[in-house]
Design a protein around this ligand. Structure first.
Ligand code: DX5
Ligand code: ZN
Length: 235
């Protein structure tokens, strides 16, 4: 076994083992739905992705700040802020979370956003919509641990994956090699392979996990797809 492993590494210089993280995405309208979804996946993952929508930045509304403040312990959270003025939300949420902020919503508030997140001991990630030029992330990348590339237009689960966004992933991987790169929207066992091949090391998925009969198996399958892709990455 050990010998076969060494051969694999020798043949594939970019081979990475176990580096693809699967992050279940929860888009919930009520507190009970939110908690139930988190409880379903909590035993199998390190982190859960919480979709937050204000019906302004995107045409959909999710559970509000009160519900977001009462999440179960025992797992890490990343908040995907699909809201106008994300600083007003982040300010009111305690905890050392990863805050994923859309580049389209920053305006002149980046300094304030950074300050609030730092005070809370959290971390920042920057999110980009399919139609936004990837170069727009450059001014923010140095303050972030992660870039999140949307694989769909934000607002809803269950949409079809837009393959062209993988150009953004490849670009970001080369331009900012230290950043984690997450893909969110339309991720399934097939698209996970090509996204990981392009350079994504984190896979956020809702339908592929929560619509499956066995969520544990679904998470495992996505992870395996990611590993398959990253073992053939273009890096
Ligand atoms: C879309 C959200 C995604 C979405 C993923 O606006 O940010 O996180 O819930 O759902 P699927 O995996 O079904 O595309
Ligand atoms: Zn999301």
């Amino acid at each position: 076994m050990l010998i076969r492993w060494e051969i694999m590494i020798a043949r594939s210089p970019n081979f990475k083992n176990g580096q693809t993280e699967v992050i279940p995405a929860v888009l919930a309208k009520t507190e009970s739905e939110l908690i139930a979804s988190i409880e379903k996946v909590r035993p199998f993952v390190k982190r859960v992705h919480i979709d937050v929508m204000d019906n302004k930045f995107v045409p959909n509304l999710t559970v509000g700040l009160e519900g977001l403040s009462k999440l179960p312990n025992g797992v890490e959270y990343e908040f995907h802020w699909m809201v106008e003025n994300p600083q007003d939300w982040i300010r009111k949420l305690d905890g050392k979370h990863l805050h994923l902020v859309h580049v389209e919503t920053i305006g002149s508030n980046w300094g304030e956003i950074r300050k609030i997140v730092k005070e809370k001991g959290g971390a920042l990630g920057i999110v980009i919509n399919p139609e936004t030029p990837v170069e727009s992330l450059a001014p923010y990348a140095k303050d972030c641990v992660q870039a999140l590339v949307m694989g769909v237009h934000p607002g809803f689960s269950g949409q079809e994956y837009i393959t062209e966004v993988e150009k953004k992933i490849s670009y970001l991987k080369k331009a900012f090699p230290k950043l984690d790169i997450e893909i969110d929207g339309g991720v399934d066992a097939d698209t996970a392979v090509s996204a990981a091949k392009a350079g994504a090391n984190k896979l956020a998925a809702a339908s592929a996990i929560f619509k499956a009969k066995d969520v544990e198996q679904a998470i495992k399958k996505l992870g395996e797809s990611g590993e398959r892709g990253s073992s053939h990455d273009e890096g």
